[in-house]
Design a protein around this ligand. Structure first.
Ligand SMILES: [Zn+2]
Length: 126
């Protein structure tokens, strides 16, 4: 998982997204922000209680930043918000699948790949 996190971290930085480790409470999940200088940042809590979901969450946030949209944007209609969330999920699944392919990690099925990396299985039907 560490190598995957490093991979996603490097991917983000290559796309102009700054990643910063935080020493937060276990409930504080990773999140993004745009600084006053228009820099995209992801703040990653090193103590987050769902560490096994961190790669997918990182990929999801990168997806939002790359699409220039917001996570769970309450200003949007539910349908639009759900579409944006699904697109961020697909972005994360694509990044992680790419990592597995580039590193020769072999899985018999996508289901196995998704389960291994904490990718939601509903994406198999998209
Ligand atoms: Zn989201």
């Amino acid at each position: 998982m560490i190598n995957l996190i490093d991979y996603l971290w490097a991917y983000a930085e290559k796309h102009g997204i700054r990643c910063i480790w935080l020493d937060g409470s276990p409930d504080e999940e990773p999140y993004s922000r745009i600084t006053k200088y228009n820099t995209k940042e992801i703040l990653v809590n090193i103590n987050w209680k769902h560490a096994n979901l961190l790669p997918f969450k990182l990929g999801h946030i990168i997806g939002h930043l790359e699409h220039n949209d917001k996570h769970l944007n309450e200003e949007l209609l539910k349908f639009d918000r759900d579409t944006i969330e699904k697109n961020a999920d697909l972005y994360a699944a694509g990044l992680i699948s790419g990592y597995a392919l580039k590193n020769g990690l072999n899985f018999m099925t996508y289901r196995e790949l998704y389960c291994n990396f904490g990718i939601p299985l509903y994406l198999l039907n998209c």
